[in-house]
Design a binder for this molecule. Sequence first.
Ligand code: HEM
Length: 246
Amino acid sequence: MSMATEKLTAYPVWDRTVRIFHWLNVLCVLALIAIGTVILNAKGLGVSTDGKIALKTIHVYVGYVFAINLAWRILWGFVGSRFSRWKMVLPFGREYRTQLKAHFAGAKANKPVGFLGHNPIARLMVALLFLLLSLQAITGLVLAGTDVYMPPFGNTFKEMIATDASTVELVKPYSKEGVDDTAYKEMRDVRKPFITLHYYVFYILLAAVILHLLGVLFSEIRERNGLVSAMITGKKVFAEKPFDVE
Ligand code: HEM
């Protein structure tokens, strides 16, 4: 059968929550990467102290949207529609191993096996992306408490570094007022592993995002199931019934 006469069937796959999560996440991550890059180069760009505080504050506000969206998606993986569930997303379980075998057998025979959900290689990619996003959210939320003293841990860090209970209110970003020097150094030590992780995961995430885009492009060229529009309409198209549909 030629491609032109092939009859395609549309199957629903990504529910509304998954699609909204995906595009909101793209927007947040792009904004966080952009602002993060400016924070990283603040010295070279000649950004003032107030400018740095403003950049970090905006980064944290976008970070809240990003973290809440991510938390909601993680929860949705336990209660959402079939293909949004972790069982169908993460690369574990007997069903996953069966799919992996079918995928490689299909590739070997030059007859790609169609998957309505993520294909088995995509599941590795998606697992990595969720891991990196979660690490950025957790480390970011801790860092938000340290220099700009924003929630959820801002008050805890203020109390940690204030000279006494009466000066907690005086603690402000980039100011030494009401701050105990030794306690401040201790706080910086607590902060250290979080900023280090936030910094390295940023670069790994950049690489993973590029790999993700290449993976989508490569799969779409080979399999032609409408992957990109599926994240908008929720549906993928197949000439034959996909492997993961009963
Ligand atoms: C995909 C998500 C994220 C990316 C790509 C990202 C990226 C970055 C980058 C590149 C920096 C500069 C690192 C440095 O100065 O060494 C940074 C700093 C920072 N990020 Fe994020 N970030 C993300 C999520 C978050 C979240 C969710 C929050 C908190 C709600 C957050 C809070 C912060 C804070 C407070 C800083 C400043 C750290 C400091 O005080 O120097 N980030 N981020």
